[in-house]
Each structure stands twice: as C-alpha cells, then as structure tokens.
Design a protein around this ligand. Structure first.
Ligand code: SD4
Length: 338
C-alpha cells in the first residue's frame, strides 16, 4: 500500500515520458549538493534553482575545502571564489571570478545573469556588485586557510604556480624575476587531486530544460588574479536545452584552453552518447597534456549521462553523483580513468 502510494505520488510529481528525467548529476561525491539540487526540482523549482541550490550547499559546507570560503588561500593568503551558471534555454550566463568577501558565489553569478546584461564580473568590482545586490560581505579566511597559508610561507612558498623565475634572494618568496625558460617536462606538476574538487552540476527537468553551473575556490597558492576554468563558459560548464549539458573539474589552467564542456555538448548535439562525448573532450586535452588532472560529466536531453577522466598519478577513478526519476535519491557513480 505504502509502496503504491509512493509510486503514485512520484508519478504525479514527475509524469512518465523520459524514464530518467528529471536528472541531477554533479562532480565528486558531494551527496548533500545532489540532494539540495534534487529537492529543488521536486519542490517545483527550475533547473536553474536546482543548480544554484546544489552549488550553494557545497559553498556552505565547504565541500572538500575546494568550494566556498576558508579554502585554497592564494599567494597572499586570501580565499577568492569562481562560479558560473548557464540557462540552456536562453543561453544566458552569469559568472564571477576572483570574488572576494562573499560566500555565496553561485548566488552572485545568478544575480549577474538575472540583473545585468553582462556575463562575467571579476575581482573587487564583482564583490561591490554583490554587496549592492544585498549579499553579505564576510571574511572568507578561516583558521584552516590561515594555517595552510602560513605552512606554505614557512616552506619558502613552494610549491607554487610560478615558472621560470627566481625568488628575490633576500626574501623567502616573491617578488620574482624572470630566468631562462626550462622545458615543461622539467617542472614539477602542481595540480593534484587534493587541490581540485570543484562542484559542477547539470540539471534537467522532465521537459528537457537544461542548466549547468560550477562553484570553486580555485587553486591553493594561486597567483592572485588567476581565474580558472570554472567561471568560463564552455570550459567549466555548458548547457544547451537542444543538446545537453556538461561540467568539468580538474586542472583549470590546462582545461580551459580546450573548452571541454562546450566540446562535449557539441558532440552530443551531433549524436554522440554522453560517455563518448565526455571521453572525446578528455582525449582532446590528453593529446597535449598526457598527465593532466581532470574529469568531466555529460548529460543529453533524454537524461542519459556519462563521465570520463584522465588517468594521472594518484587519479585512476572519478566519482560523481546522480539523482534521477529512477533513483529518486543521490547515487554514487564512478568511472575508470583512461
Ligand atoms: C580550477 N577547475 O580553478 C578548478 C579547480 C577544480 O575541480 O577543482 N576543479 O582550476
């Protein structure tokens, strides 16, 4: 009796048609974010609401220390945030990069989309915009981020994201001066699975409306002013209700050069299934950066989904979350990297 009631109410909420729609899929095992996005859809919210709520949950919970306040202090010790949201119906996008003092980066990204004609606001000016829109200004530093920063300073500022430079000999770190170029292969890789865990979400409703978004605090010890892939349209995420959605995670400095989310969506538009589209987007990067750290999730308009990741030292498998009308609850998925 209870089961039939449940099936009945689920059917009312999500009438049958596409068996696996609605769908929420997000990078990494950020289950509470999946719940938040899924519950937003179930409550009658839009796909944009789902993406926003999911990312915001991670920002609040500081998912893996890689999303939200108090993580990834830059070279000056400050945490800054990158986020974007895309409406696959209208192709509108709102994004922020290097956002200071505001915890709810995805909320500000949505405000950029809904209350300006712009696509991307950056740095201090993005924060002033957010404050003007009523977002609360707070210190994003925590004891944890202070500690990461001071440990790094004590270690002579290594590792960092500088290359081909000499530190000032009278100081433990910058200012830096250029030195002769060294081969790329001689540089220590700076990206690893511990410094990269951006949340990327794709949401589809039962009518096939698609939205996608991301939120991250970027890279630990990044050069202040550095913007990663996450707030860049087509790099961090992409959505088109005529084709599907994709979201990427990993070494944004490398990945953004290839617009992997855009590529994956275009491949799905051309008929590739989501797993193949994800794999092709990763392969394109791999050709140039065989050991890059990164992964991507993809979903098409019928609710089929997939993921792919590049095999890199210490990264053999990528975990992501899915919730759809078949599961009605977040399910952990994994894919072997290739
Ligand atoms: C960046 N891609 O800023 C982001 C970091 C990340 O999982 O974790 N992605 O490069």
């Amino acid at each position: 009796m209870l089961i039939s009631l449940l099936i009945c109410s689920l059917t009312l909420l999500f009438p049958l048609g596409h068996s696996s729609l609605p769908l929420v899929i997000n990078t990494w095992p950020f289950k509470n974010a999946t719940y938040a996005a899924w519950n937003a859809l179930k409550a009658g919210g839009s796909v944009l609401d789902a993406v926003e709520k999911g990312c915001a949950r991670c920002e609040m919970e500081q998912c893996d220390g890689s999303v939200g306040y108090g993580g990834s202090p830059d070279e000056s010790g400050e945490t800054t945030l990158d986020a974007m949201i895309m409406n696959g119906d209208t192709m509108e996008v709102g994004a922020v990069a290097g956002l200071r003092r505001i915890k709810n980066a995805i909320g500000v990204a949505r405000a950029v989309m809904e209350h300006t004609d712009h696509t991307l606001l950056v740095g201090e000016s993005a924060s002033v915009f957010a404050e003007n829109m009523g977002f609360i200004a707070e210190d994003l530093t925590t004891n944890k981020s202070l500690n990461i920063f001071s440990q790094w300073l004590k270690g002579n500022c290594q590792p960092n994201y500088r290359k081909n430079v000499y530190p000032d000999p009278s100081k433990s770190c910058g200012p830096y001066r250029p030195k002769a170029t060294v081969a790329r292969s001689k540089r220590a890789p700076h990206a690893n699975t511990h410094s990269h865990d951006t949340i990327g979400i794709i949401a589809l409703d039962r009518d096939g409306h698609v939205a996608a978004g991301t939120s991250t605090n970027g890279l630990t010890h990044k050069v202040p002013g550095r913007v990663g892939d996450s707030p860049i349209v087509g790099a961090g995420a992409y959505a088109d209700s005529a084709a599907g959605g994709a979201a990427a995670t990993g070494d944004g400095d490398v990945m953004m050069r290839f617009l992997p989310s855009y590529l994956a969506v275009e491949l799905m538009r051309a008929g590739a299934d989501p797993s193949a589209a994800c794999k092709s987007a990763i392969s394109r990067i791999k050709r140039h950066y065989s050991e890059f750290f990164g992964a991507i999730i993809c979903a098409n308009t019928t609710g089929h989904y997939g993921a792919a990741c590049n095999r890199a030292p210490g990264f053999n498998q990528f975990h992501y979350m899915v919730s759809n009308s078949e599961t009605d609850t977040p399910i952990l998925k994994s894919v072997d990297c290739f």
